[in-house]
Design a protein around this ligand. Structure first.
Ligand SMILES: NC(=O)c1ccc[n+]([C@@H]2O[C@H](COP(=O)([O-])OP(=O)(O)OC[C@H]3O[C@@H](n4cnc5c(N)ncnc54)[C@H](O)[C@@H]3O)[C@@H](O)[C@H]2O)c1
Length: 327
């Protein structure tokens, strides 16, 4: 079985992927500076506690562990923060990826899976979004991820490092066994915030805009379970290890759910209505973002399997209750 170096493996998607890798017989080395991750979520493989921009430490870790592939999650991922502090985002998301590619070149590791995002598409007006939809991000976070994709292409051309850019839509849900989950601070994502509101941790869930041109007036997004993302990363790594060419693939379900749908499902799961209030639209929130999923099926032989909204929210609720010790 393979050896995988997982940057950002102490975070939300990284820890679920580390578990999935270990469960399927692979060896994992987590590389994370714990700036936004959690030591107690590193349960599947050793932790090297260091920054991805520290190329020397990264190169040493690669020379020692000899990974067949690097799975690169480590990044900052808050859109609002990227607007007020772009330096942080370009430095970590672009500079960090550059450092990884340099270390991989030096250590002769040639397969890289990178976390990209639907935010690289900006506000497309045609749904669903295919991989050929023009990438026109509207904030520094999205631009940093698009730059990351460009940098990866240049390193393939110059140094033969092949990559798979996985453009996720909305990651959600948690490990059904409750061994890891989502623990962001602050928590910007809709589903955990809905559960926080249901549990009384926050007063109410803000619904940003109820006058969108959608059936119920609220924004529509494509919610993909984190374990589906994890299996896609493994499929992407195996594809590259098999000699596959660099590529970019959307990861979503192909189905949209509105904010109102999420609110209703969260209420059913929590067994109580979710307190909420209508707030004005946020600038830059498109009405609808839904992935076209044919390419993922064709290139990776992968499709979402765990992303039924009620099941997703149940897994998130179980984790929330366990992690916060609330009922
Ligand atoms: N959560 C989503 O819905 C979503 C959607 C699209 C793309 N993504 C991308 O997926 C990746 C993972 O997202 P997440 O939600 O798991 O985030 P997260 O914040 O939970 O995890 C990121 C991890 O990276 C680590 N990290 C950050 N900068 C680092 C550095 N310089 N050196 C070492 N470690 C560092 C953090 O400590 C953290 O453990 C990110 O690249 C993000 O942009 C996430």
């Amino acid at each position: 079985m393979g050896r995988f170096l997982v940057t950002g493996g102490a975070g939300y998607i990284g820890s679920h992927t580390a578990k999935m890798l270990a469960k399927t017989g692979h060896e994992v080395l987590v590389y994370d500076n714990l700036s936004r991750g959690h030591r107690d979520l590193v349960k599947w493989g050793h932790l090297v506690e260091a920054d991805i921009r520290d190329t020397t430490t990264l190169r040493e870790a690669m020379r020692w562990f000899r990974p067949e592939a690097v799975i690169h999650f480590a990044a900052f991922a808050y859109v609002g923060e990227s607007v007020t502090n772009p330096h942080m985002y370009y430095d970590n998301n672009v500079g960090g990826t550059l450092s990884i590619l340099k270390a991989m070149t030096d250590a002769k590791v040639s397969n890289l899976i990178v976390s990209s995002t639907c935010a690289t598409y900006g506000q497309p007006d045609r749904m669903p979004i295919t991989e050929d939809t023009p990438q026109a991000p509207i904030n520094p976070y999205g631009r940093s991820k698009l730059m990351m994709e460009h940098v990866c292409r240049d390193f393939d051309h110059a140094h033969g490092i092949r990559h798979m850019a996985l453009r996720y839509f909305n990651a959600c849900g948690c490990d059904p066994d409750g061994e890891t989950g989502e623990r962001h601070d602050p928590e910007p994502h809709l589903i955990p915030r809905a559960l926080m509101a249901a549990a009384g941790e926050i007063d109410a869930l803000d619904i940003f805009g109820s006058d969108y041109p959608t059936p119920d007036g609220t924004c529509i997004r494509d919610y993909i379970h984190v374990n589906d993302l994890a299996t896609a990363h493994i499929a992407g790594a195996l594809y590259l290890m098999d000699g596959g060419a660099s590529d970019a693939v959307n990861l979503g379900t192909g189905h949209g759910a509105s904010v109102k749908d999420v609110l209703d499902a969260a209420g059913r799961v929590a067994g109580k209505p979710v307190p909420h209030r209508m707030s004005p639209r946020r600038p830059g929130d498109p009405a609808e973002l839904v992935a076209a999923v044919a390419k993922a099926r064709r290139v990776l032989n992968w499709q979402a399997g765990n992303s039924d909204l009620d099941q997703v929210i149940s897994s998130a609720w179980n984790w929330y209750v366990k992690d916060r010790g609330r009922t």
